[in-house]
Design a protein around this ligand. Structure first.
Ligand SMILES: CC(C)(COP(=O)(O)OP(=O)(O)OC[C@H]1O[C@@H](n2cnc3c(N)ncnc32)[C@H](O)[C@@H]1OP(=O)(O)O)[C@@H](O)C(=O)NCCC(=O)NCCS
Length: 157
């Protein structure tokens, strides 16, 4: 992803996440903070999908539609903020391919909040739901089907 892709990214986000709108400045900031882990899928008509991830502590969920102001000093886990495709780009393996690219780059646990009833999709990609009482209130603001999920979580103890 580059700054020139941001209009396309915002357009995909509006379609993919109608219930969780986020401003352009949030996407721009994430790209500035973590350019090596933000990707776009180029379609024939422009940006057809995107993926945004950045370093973030486990057991914490960044606030929606809010500037982060910086990244944590500790870089031992990642937060997958968004993976979204236009409807016409779905169902052909694009999401799987994007994640495969991300997994080759990141060597640490990856966490996310699954919405849009996508938990089964994430589980097939190696993410496991984590029950965290501390996150309950924040998760509820994402809607009733929201789940906190982690791939490669450290073993307890
Ligand atoms: C979720 C999303 C990224 C999946 O994209 P996609 O292009 O359909 O995914 P792929 O074609 O790469 O599918 C990979 C596998 O996941 C499966 N899958 C896709 N969506 C699924 C879902 N919602 N639930 C369960 N499995 C799903 C596919 O059948 C495929 O299975 P296979 O490996 O057995 O063939 C896409 O539907 C999307 O952009 N949705 C809107 C945004 C969104 O909800 N993002 C995730 C929110 S956290």
């Amino acid at each position: 992803m580059t700054p020139g892709d941001l209009d396309g990214v915002v357009a995909v986000a509006r379609i993919a996440f109608p219930d969780h709108p986020e401003g352009r400045a949030c996407f721009a900031e994430r790209l500035t903070l973590a350019p090596g882990s933000c990707f776009v899928l180029e379609g024939a008509q422009g940006i057809a999908g995107y993926l945004i991830a950045y370093p973030w502590p486990l057991e914490a969920i960044p606030p929606l539609d809010t500037l982060l102001g910086g990244l944590p000093d500790k870089r031992d886990s990642w937060y997958l903020h968004d993976l979204a495709l236009l409807p016409e780009a779905r169902g052909g393996g694009n999401a799987r391919a994007g994640l495969a690219l991300l997994f080759t780059k990141l060597d640490a646990p990856i966490a996310l909040v699954s919405v849009n009833e996508s938990a089964a999709f994430w589980q097939a990609q190696g993410f496991e739901p984590q029950d965290s009482p501390a996150l309950k209130a924040k998760l509820s603001s994402y809607g009733p089907d929201a789940r906190y999920m982690v791939r490669g979580a450290p073993n307890p103890g």
